[in-house]
Design a protein around this ligand. Structure first.
Ligand code: ZN
Ligand code: ZN
Length: 248
C-alpha cells in the first residue's frame, strides 16, 4: 500500500472540480493568495511590532495600502484576462487523466526536486537574457524591478510575457518527466511558495536558504539582493548557476 494513497484518494474524490477548465487557475490563484496572506498581515501589523523588525531585510520599509492593492489588482487582472483563457484552452484540448494509484513517496520527492532544478535552470537562462539584452529588459522585465524592496504581493507583479514563461516552464517540466498528477500539484504548490518566499522581505530562522545545507539555496536573501543590485543572483532558487557564471 502506497503511503500517499489516502491523500490521493481524497484529491480524486473531488473529480468534478479537478476536471473543470477553471481548476488550474483557481488552484494556482488560491495557493498564491494563501501564501501571500500571512506576509500581508505581517506587513500591516509589522510597523507597530518592533520585535518583527529584526527579521525584515529592509527594516524601515513597509508597503503602503496603495502598493499592496496595485499588485493584487495587477495579478487578478492578468489571471482573468490572460492566464484563464490559455489554461482553459489547454485543458479543453487535453484534460489530464487521473490514475487510481498514488505515486510512491520516493518517486514524488525525486520528481519534485528534478522539476525545481529544471525550473531554476530555465528561468536562470531567461532571466540573464532579459537583463543582458536592454530591449528585453526595458520591454518585458523592468516592470518586475519596480519594487527595489520586494514584498509578498510583488512576486507576481510581472509583465504578461514573463508570467507566461513562468507558467510555461512550470507546466513543461512535469510533462517532460512524466510526473503523476499529484506530483505536479505538489511541485506547483512548492514552486509558488518558494517564489513568494523569495519576495516576502523577511529572513526568518526557518527560511528555506537556512534549512538547505552547503549554501546550495539562495532564496530570499539572494533574490532580494537581485532586486536592489540588478546585476547579480539571476537564479530564482539555487546558487550553482550563479556560482558557475560568476554572478553570485
Ligand atoms: Zn523578483
Ligand atoms: Zn531581474
Amino acid at each position: 500500500v502506497r503511503l500517499l494513497q489516502p491523500l490521493w484518494d481524497v484529491v480524486r474524490a473531488r473529480e468534478g472540480l479537478l476536471q473543470s477548465p477553471f481548476f488550474p487557475v483557481l488552484f494556482s490563484g488560491a495557493t498564491y493568495t494563501a501564501f501571500c496572506l500571512p506576509f500581508v498581515v505581517l506587513d500591516v501589523v509589522g510597523a507597530r511590532a518592533p520585535a518583527l523588525r529584526k527579521y525584515k531585510i529592509h527594516p524601515n520599509f513597509y508597503p503602503s495600502a496603495g502598493q499592496l492593492l496595485l499588485c493584487l489588482l495587477h495579478t487578478l487582472y492578468q489571471h482573468v484576462v490572460f492566464i484563464l483563457p490559455v489554461t482553459a484552452l489547454r485543458w479543453h484540448w487535453g484534460p489530464p487523466s487521473w490514475p487510481a494509484a498514488a505515486p510512491g513517496l520516493g518517486e514524488l520527492l525525486s520528481h519534485v526536486t528534478a522539476c525545481l532544478l529544471l525550473f531554476d535552470a530555465e528561468f536562470f537562462v531567461w532571466h540573464v537574457l532579459h537583463h543582458k539584452v536592454p530591449w528585453l529588459y526595458q520591454t518585458f522585465h523592468k516592470v518586475h524591478h519596480k519594487n527595489t524592496a520586494p514584498f509578498a504581493l510583488a512576486t507576481q507583479y510581472l509583465s504578461v510575457w514573463e508570467l507566461s514563461f513562468l507558467g510555461f516552464f512550470s507546466s513543461l517540466n512535469p510533462t517532460l518527466l512524466g510526473c503523476h498528477p499529484l506530483t505536479t500539484m505538489i511541485f506547483n504548490v512548492v514552486n509558488i511558495w518558494l517564489s513568494v518566499e523569495d519576495h516576502c522581505g523577511y529572513d526568518f530562522p526557518w527560511s528555506t536558504h537556512r534549512l538547505v545545507p552547503g549554501g546550495w539555496y539562495g532564496g530570499v536573501s539572494h533574490h532580494d539582493l537581485h532586486h536592489r543590485k540588478i546585476n547579480c543572483n539571476y537564479a530564482p532558487y539555487f546558487t550553482h548557476w550563479d556560482k558557475l557564471l560568476g554572478t553570485l
